[in-house]
Design a protein around this ligand. Structure first.
Ligand SMILES: [Zn+2]
Length: 285
């Protein structure tokens, strides 16, 4: 099989921010993550460019339930009631009843919520499948760290669909960032998840933000290094302003023209907040 290609959902009109994947599986076509409802029409357009309709896709495999990855799941099921939605057991209740997820996202994004994400429709429980160790011929395994309920998938060709566990890197840049938003970042768990990924020796990484990369070892080493650097800065007491300024300076050094795509895929302010919360929780424990 050739390397997979992201379906660019042109989030807010920008290229290379959110790209989902269309997979041939043991049971027909599957989407790997679906993006937010605000990208639904673009998703349909990407399918129609391949002479496909949503009804041709039998399955949706989700890495985690954050809105940029799974926000459109309920909308997709409403349009295509046969769709099977595969998700981790911890994530599933939030798809069925997204009220809490929506309330907390509205607190963060305020008036911008609707423009960014669109509606958050519930997924009927009857459409939900809890993932096990194998899903449609892919291996599936927990990869907590970015989110406690995060899972990753690897296919027989060695393509690893690691969601946000494998970081943010806008093709063709080499620069890798760890998205660390609230509420349940866990640095130690994230490193263990990267151990588990490396043990599977993937041939390539298919990132949602954004693109497919085959320099796996270098990519994951940079992700680990930057995760530790960011964590250390926040642990040592950097302010939000200091954290954001330093991260942006590094990004500018590495990738001037792709910076807007990076900053749309990963909020540095949220990343600071997630790390701050992680260390505050640990201090309180
Ligand atoms: Zn994401």
């Amino acid at each position: 099989m050739t390397s997979p290609e992201p379906l660019d959902l042109l989030h807010l009109g920008r290229e290379r921010v959110i790209g989902v994947y269309l997979l041939e599986t043991d049971d027909g076509l599957a989407l790997l993550d679906c993006g937010p409802a605000s990208c639904f029409e673009t998703l349909e357009q990407r399918l129609s460019e391949r002479r496909l309709a949503l009804a041709d896709v039998g399955h949706l495999l989700l890495t985690h339930i954050h809105l940029d990855h799974a926000g459109a799941a309920g909308t997709l099921v409403r349009e295509h009631p046969e769709l099977r939605v595969h998700v981790s057991a911890v994530g599933a209740p939030h798809l069925v009843d997204p009220a809490r997820l929506e309330a907390s996202a509205r607190r963060i994004y305020g008036d911008d919520f609707d423009r960014l994400w669109g509606e958050l429709a519930p997924v009927p429980e009857a459409n939900v499948e809890l993932v096990g160790e194998r899903v449609l011929g892919l291996e599936c395994f927990p990869t907590p760290g970015h989110a406690s309920h995060h899972v990753s998938y690897i296919d027989a060709d060695g393509t690893l669909y690691g969601g946000d566990a494998t970081g943010v890197r806008v093709h063709p840049s080499e620069f890798v960032l760890p998205p660390t938003p609230p509420p349940d970042i866990d640095i130690a768990a994230w490193h263990r998840s990267l151990d588990v990924i490396e043990a599977r020796d993937p041939a390539r990484l298919a990132l949602i933000h954004f693109g497919v990369f085959d320099d796996v070892e270098r990519h994951l080493a940079e992700l680990r290094r930057r995760l530790d650097e960011w964590a250390e800065r926040v642990e040592r007491g950097a302010s939000e302003q200091e954290f954001v300024t330093a991260a942006r300076r590094e990004a500018l050094g590495a990738t001037r023209e792709d910076l807007p795509a990076y900053e749309q895929a990963i909020s540095l302010v949220d990343s600071y907040a997630g790390l701050r919360r992680y260390f505050d929780k640990r201090a309180a424990a």
